[in-house]
Design a protein around this ligand. Structure first.
Ligand code: UDP
Ligand code: MG
Length: 319
């Protein structure tokens, strides 16, 4: 019964000509093993998504498809749209053909052998299987520090994400169809996928070093990515402005009292009391008002994202 389930492995590629030959070789072997074991159907494919690379990436993908169309597929984006969009483009294309979709990076940092565990979990009935890094020995201290700090900040801000999970995961067709209902433009998949729900589990793997080439995620992109993640899923920063406003307002009352007492006791120069009082009071009121306006902007923001209000897993009903 397992044989008829089709797996698509979606791999975003941005200027990956150095790693593609090795990646395609290893993925092909993995796919053929899975097919030989009868764990996935013969219609399963490896789908490379070219994210507007200026190098030889797309010609290489096209050639792979030409030589072995029953193993390799390709999707070519019109221009560079970033990792998250490339992954989504691949998934939404693959969902037309696949029962389950695995996404992984092209640089072989994600252990390909974790695919087996993911496929097994799918057959056990899990709809989302997150690949989780067991350790980060191979990352530089800086990368590890910033990345782990990021997960912690996200947690603190109340965003539901899986710790140390990058975008290496399996999703069932149903889960990807759920994902397709999230129409937001600022895509942060790690935050969205847990929102879809369904039965999920994790598979741990050791993250390796990049096989070749260099990281396409320099600090600037990493920061933008983190900011996207936070602002797309949390209105807590706005609440903080409000809280600061309340605090400053309270302080202003104390300062007002202090200025008045100084005046009464005769310590204060002329004009000082009124200056002191108004600076604090106005500052407090301004921050409070910003917080209030921010609350509404947060609401507007959430509305404009038009996230699905629910996704039904099953219905029991007798007519
Ligand atoms: N990638 C992409 N578009 C981009 C940047 C990266 O499709 O604009 C792909 C890249 O080819 C790789 C994956 O996203 O398959 C992860 O990128 P990278 O390995 O450079 O990030 P890191 O592992 O250093 O965080
Ligand atoms: Mg990488």
């Amino acid at each position: 019964m397992n044989e008829n389930k089709t797996l698509y492995i979606v791999v975003p590629c941005y200027k990956e000509q150095e790693v593609l030959p090795e990646t395609s070789k290893r993925l092909k072997k993995k796919l053929l093993d899975l097919i030989a074991d009868g764990r996935v159907s013969e219609k399963s494919r490896i789908m490379f998504v070219n994210d507007g690379s200026s190098d030889n990436t797309w010609p290489m993908i096209a050639q792979l498809h030409e030589q072995e169309p029953e193993i390799f597929s390709g999707v070519n984006l019109s221009r560079n749209k970033g990792h998250q969009n490339a992954v989504l483009a691949g998934m939404l294309t693959a969902v037309n053909y696949a029962d389950m979709i695995i996404t992984m990076d092209a640089d072989l940092q994600d252990d390909i052998n974790a695919v087996d565990g993911m496929v097994d979990a799918y057959h056990e009935g899990y709809e989302v299987v997150y690949g989780v890094r067991s350790k980060r020995d191979t990352d530089t201290f800086f990368k590890r520090f910033t990345a782990e700090g990021f997960y912690k900040v996200m947690k603190a801000l109340g965003v539901d994400i899986v710790f140390n999970h990058a975008d290496y995961r399996l999703m069932s067709r149903r889960a990807v169809e759920g994902l397709a209902q999230f129409t937001e433009v600022n895509l942060f998949l790690r935050g969205i996928v847990p929102q879809i729900g369904y039965k999920w589990t994790t598979v741990t793997y050791e993250r390796a070093e990049r096989f070749a080439g260099e990281s396409k995620y320099p600090l600037k992109k990493m920061l933008a990515f983190a900011a996207d993640g936070i602002t797309s899923f949390s209105v807590k920063p706005i609440r903080m402005v409000f809280t600061i406003g309340v605090v400053i307002f309270a302080v202003s009352l104390v300062m007002l009292l202090y200025a008045l007492i100084s005046k009464i006791l005769g310590y204060a120069h002329a004009g000082w009391t009124s200056l002191m009082g108004s600076i604090w009071l106005i500052g407090g009121i301004q921050l409070l008002s910003l917080g209030v306006v921010g609350e509404y902007i947060g609401k507007i923001y959430n509305e404009t994202k038009r996230r699905p209000r629910f996704i039904i897993e099953s219905v029991l009903n007798k007519e």
